[in-house]
Design a protein around this ligand. Sequence first.
Ligand SMILES: Cc1cc2nc3c(=O)[nH]c(=O)nc-3n(C[C@H](O)[C@H](O)[C@H](O)COP(=O)(O)OP(=O)(O)OC[C@H]3O[C@@H](n4cnc5c(N)ncnc54)[C@H](O)[C@@H]3O)c2cc1C
Length: 436
Amino acid sequence: MRAVDTVVIGAGWSGLAAAVELAASGREVTVLESAPQAGGRARSVILGEHTLDNGQHILLGAYEHVLSLLRTLEVAEADVLLRLPLDLTMRAPERRGLSLSTLYLPAPLHLLAGLLTARGAGVLETLCALPGIRRMLRRSENDDITVGALLQRCRQPEHLVRGLWAPLCLAALNTPVEEASAQLFCRVLGQAFTGHRRNSDLLIPRVDMDRVLAEPARRYLEARGGRLLTGRRVTGLEPMDGVLRVRMRDLTLDARHVVLATPPAVSAALCTPLAGMRTVVRGLEHLGQEPICTVYLQYPPEVHLPMPMVGVLDLNTQWIFDRRHSGHPGIMAVVISGPGPHMELDNDALARQVTAELGLLYPDWPPPGDHWVVREKRATFRAAAGCEEHRPAMHTPVPGLLLAGDHVRNGLPATLEGAVMNGVQCARAIARTTDA
Ligand SMILES: Cc1cc2nc3c(=O)[nH]c(=O)nc-3n(C[C@H](O)[C@H](O)[C@H](O)COP(=O)(O)OP(=O)(O)OC[C@H]3O[C@@H](n4cnc5c(N)ncnc54)[C@H](O)[C@@H]3O)c2cc1C
């Protein structure tokens, strides 16, 4: 059997990024995806008459690898993403929320000025919190502690912890402050709030997620002789005579390089039989998983939020996104990250509860006409303190085998940026080899 150059297993954003980068450097690439569509955990789904997403995604101006990938694909940022300066409005039913707008100042002054001018925060208390915030932005210690412990060490007042840091931590790491890794949290803060002020911009998809990446990536690959095969579940990997044999139910491919860009549990299962991979497998099995629930509520088209997204405190609802900005006027996407009692409710009960919560915040809204609930039980790895030591490295002891996916160690939590960055790194490592 003739060995192909590179097989990428998994067509999530990480696998697609690897494949596009490889095709761009002239390598022959075949992508094998078990699902009927590409996109992985950032894919479009049909709900009722609408093409929505398996979960609301937002990106940051700091997602440089994602933005560079879009440029490679000749996807104009403004066509697929709505760029907004960071403007956080946190609402609570029975108390004052918090509202923070970044000002047109260089980073990190825009954040500090935003905090000082935040509505709902005492100026004096916030002033006392600023040295701690600077410490968080510049934190470089190697030891990991929980975000809760870090906020205490950095003397953050209760109103900022409850009104800003705790919801931001859950949104960014999908892990509650009591468990979340300070190292990863500070890296996200540093990424967004140091460097260029545009790094903290919010980028909200204007189209469904397939149109942001999966479809342009498929077109790009096919135009360069690459293949993206869906409905192809890889069942085994076997080193054989200097190549890796990739087994599927009714097909076998030999490849000189394999990028394994599947979720942690699948990567662990495929690596288990391979010699030298015990530590990698143990690490992968040690990474826990956290869910994200998205409840879509269909209101009449004129119902809208005052801004594209609003944060919510003290309720099950954590964030509300107005999908009019993604072409679905009247549809609200309610996001609930991490574990919690909402996971015990069935879909209808959860939709009723979320509807009642939105009714408390927006009493003028009529009841929604329809709803859809999407539960991703393994949305991200648990970004708990100390998790970095369990994340695998890109290079493995198996010749020709590289690991990609958002869970590969890179100092970032599970994000689109981390997934793309890891895919690109794999492709560059392969491009450096001389056996093309
Ligand atoms: C609801 C939700 C909301 C999120 N919100 C955000 C957000 O706002 N911002 C952000 O940055 N990140 C967000 N994330 C995280 C982000 O979506 C992920 O980090 C990213 O999509 C992971 O990409 P990946 O390629 O590493 O993995 P995946 O997307 O999981 O890709 C792995 C692929 O491998 C395929 N596969 C599995 N087994 C096999 C097999 N045996 N053979 C072949 N293929 C296989 C899978 O079908 C999948 O397509 C969110 C995630 C979810 C679920």
